[in-house]
Every structure is written in structure tokens, then in C-alpha cells.
Design a protein around this ligand. Structure first.
Ligand SMILES: NC(=O)c1ccc[n+]([C@@H]2O[C@H](COP(=O)([O-])OP(=O)(O)OC[C@H]3O[C@@H](n4cnc5c(N)ncnc54)[C@H](OP(=O)(O)O)[C@@H]3O)[C@@H](O)[C@H]2O)c1
Length: 326
């Protein structure tokens, strides 16, 4: 099968289209023929090892000390089940699914095996493969952080970096949970963020949300520009700051913030579950959550997709489409 392989860390030039062996499902696995996948900020980090402050060494332990342990990137996919292992009960050949492989990656290929009890669930019928491929990365991160924050209906939420992969999901999910949502983005993305349901949008090139006197129950920072030191004055007394993007120093400050104030900082990796994937599928099916698609590239042009994602300015999601010859 065709796959995009990287054997060293670096720029998009390290990516190569190669023929590799097609995987065979184990007894408890399904083999998925991939129709669409994405290039996310997670792929950019795993390809370059550019990590938030203090996480460089840990990243090498996870991804490979001197070279990538998993040579195929890609954290999410949508496709069709082509074969099932003998013990598989939940899926059958021909089922349309989407899946999240997270840090184990491997979705930038024509096929991938997943355990039937892993993060693989039926694709909502009203979504295209392109849309379904983009349900997981931002959606699961937003779900995980909102759950940890105990987000309540009626609370005021600010999403910093509202136009990115995680931000576009966070705005829509916060609205679904009944929050009053303010999005922060650059001028070009104001209309997009409004269209996702934000009650207000702050254009960060014209206004500093930390200086306009507004306060929030929950602030989500996906851009890394709203650490506690900057946003504490914009948090209500029992406000929670969700550092989707935060460095080790931010993480180490968490206990100190809890000891010295009633505000809370929540940071670290998002926890992903099959329940969250089913929840996102249900919302998408009901038309309450729709992944934002910015650009599409064929698998053969994935390096161009990476170059665009590397800018850190994508709007929602960048899709890779696969056309199978058979
Ligand atoms: N903790 C976790 O488990 C977890 C999970 C997923 C992602 N992440 C991290 O979260 C970060 C965001 O991921 P993503 O996929 O959403 O990235 P992305 O799609 O590249 O989006 C980044 C967004 O940041 C915005 N931005 C840039 N400068 C800004 C500023 N000064 N103020 C406000 N917004 C600004 C950009 O919008 P404009 O173009 O409008 O500026 C862009 O939409 C990444 O660093 C990723 O590694 C962490």
C-alpha cells in the first residue's frame, strides 16, 4: 500500500511517498481502507519535535529518541472496513467508520488496522469522509478539557485561538453545552468564528481581551498566548483556565495557583475515549457539530499540506484525500 513515511525529524521535506506492506488485522482488529485523513498540529509537532517549553525530552521518549519510532504520521481517519479479525463482533466488512489513533498515529496511509474496542466508531451518515476524518483531533481535545473544567450551562467561556482545529471545535461544543461564548482570533477569521455560534468575537489584532474588563468562568487557550499570568484578571473568582497549549512551567504552576487562589489551571494532554468519539458522532448526526474544513490535498501532495499547517494559521482542519485504484 501507499504510505507517507518519515525516517528523520525535520521540515516537510522529510516526508516520502513509499510502498509499504499492507497490514493484516489481528483477531480483535479491523482493517480500514482510508478515504480521508488530516494533517494536524499534532503531526507538525511529531514531525519536527517542536514542543511546548520543557517537553522536548519527553517528546523524544514518546516519538523516538534519535528518529521516529512510528514512521507514518496521521492521528485520525475516515474510511470503510475492508476486513475483520475472527473475534470481531462490533463491525463488519463495508461499515463506514471514523477513528482516532492519537499518538500511535499511522493514518497517512491507504490502510490502517485498529482494535475493534479502540477509538473507532461508525461514521455519521450525513458527514462526508472528509468531514468525518476531522471529527476527532479538535473535538476530543475540547471534550476532554471541558469535562475536566466541569463546564456548566450558562457559564461564560472565552476561546483564545478560536479559528484553529481545537478552537473551532471548542466554540461549537461550548455552545452545545449552553455556554455564552466569546472567540478570539485574527481579523480574517472573525466571520468564521461568528458562523460557529460565538456570541462575541474579539479580533486580537485590534483588542486585548485581558484589558476590556470582561471576565469569564472558563478561558480556553489553544494559542499559547493566554497563560495564567496574562489571563488571571479575566477569570471570575472560581474561573478555570484550560491550557490546551501550555509548557512545563505552566504545568508546574498549577498546584501553586490552586493553593493561592480559588481559580484553577487545567493543563496536560487531553484524555481520549471511545465515548467521546460516539458523543461527537451523535452531535454531528444531529447537525450540532460540524468540522470546519480549510483546505484539501491529495495524499501525493501531503508535504504542501504540512507546509500550510506549519504556518500555525489554518482555519479548522486540513484534509488529505485518498483515491484507491481498485
Ligand atoms: N493538550 C492537548 O492534549 C492538545 C490537544 C490538541 C492540540 N494541542 C495543542 O493545541 C495547539 C492548537 O492546536 P490546533 O490544532 O488548534 O492548531 P491550529 O489549527 O494551527 O490553530 C492555531 C490557531 O491559533 C491562532 N492564533 C495564532 N496566534 C494567535 C494569537 N496571538 N491569539 C489568538 N489566536 C492566535 C490562529 O488563528 P489566527 O490565524 O486567527 O491567528 C490559529 O487558528 C497546538 O499547539 C497543539 O499542539 C494540545
Amino acid at each position: 500500500m501507499k504510505a507517507i513515511v518519515y525516517e528523520r525529524y525535520g521540515s516537510p521535506d522529510v516526508l516520502e511517498l513509499k510502498e509499504v506492506s499492507k497490514p493484516t488485522p489481528k483477531d480483535n482488529e479491523v482493517l480500514i481502507k482510508i478515504h480521508a485523513t488530516t494533517v494536524t498540529s499534532g503531526d507538525w509537532r511529531a514531525r519536527t519535535l517542536e514542543m511546548p517549553a520543557g517537553f522536548g525530552f519527553m517528546a523524544r521518549l514518546v516519538f523516538g529518541i534519535s528518529k521516529p519510532r512510528q514512521p507514518i504520521l496521521g492521528t485520525e481517519l475516515a474510511g470503510e472496513i475492508e476486513a475483520v479479525g475472527k473475534d470481531v463482533k462490533k463491525f463488519k466488512v463495508g461499515d463506514q467508520v471514523f477513528a482516532f489513533s492519537g499518538a500511535s498515529m499511522g493514518c497517512h496511509a491507504e490502510y490502517r488496522c485498529m482494535p475493534e474496542d479502540g477509538e473507532v466508531v461508525p461514521k455519521p451518515a450525513n458527514l462526508t469522509y472528509d468531514e468525518a476524518a476531522a471529527l476527532s483531533f479538535g473535538g476530543t481535545a475540547a471534550c476532554s478539557f471541558f469535562r475536566r473544567a466541569g463546564l456548566q450551562s450558562g457559564e461564560k467561556v472565552l476561546v483564545n485561538g478560536a479559528s484553529g482545529g481545537v478552537g473551532t471545535a471548542a466554540v461549537q461544543l461550548a455552545k452545545h453545552f449552553g455556554a455564552d461564548v466569546t472567540g478570539v482570533c485574527s481579523t480574517a477569521n472573525v466571520e468564521l468564528v461568528k458562523s460557529l455560534g460565538a456570541n462575541r468575537v474579539v479580533d486580537y489584532t485590534k483588542e486585548d481581551f485581558t484589558k476590556n474588563g470582561e471576565t469569564y468562568d472558563v478561558i480556553v487557550d489553544t494559542a499559547g498566548t493566554a497563560p495564567f499570568s496574562r489571563s488571571k484578571g479575566s477569570l471570575k473568582e472560581r474561573g478555570r483556565l484550560l491550557l490546551v497549549l501550555g509548557g512545563l512551567p505552566d504545568l508546574l504552576r498549577v498546584p501553586w495557583v490552586s493553593m493561592t487562589s480559588r481559580r484553577k489551571v487545567i493543563a496536560g494532554p487531553a484524555a481520549v475515549s471511545v465515548e467521546d468519539l460516539n458523543f461527537l458522532a451523535k452531535l454531528a448526526d444531529a447537525g450540532e457539530f460540524k468540522p470546519v474544513i480549510d483546505r484539501r490535498y491529495p495524499l501525493e501532495q501531503i508535504a504542501a499540506a504540512h507546509r500550510y499547517v506549519d504556518t500555525g494559521r489554518k482555519k479548522g482542519n486540513v484534509i488529505i484525500t485518498l483515491v484507491h485504484g481498485d
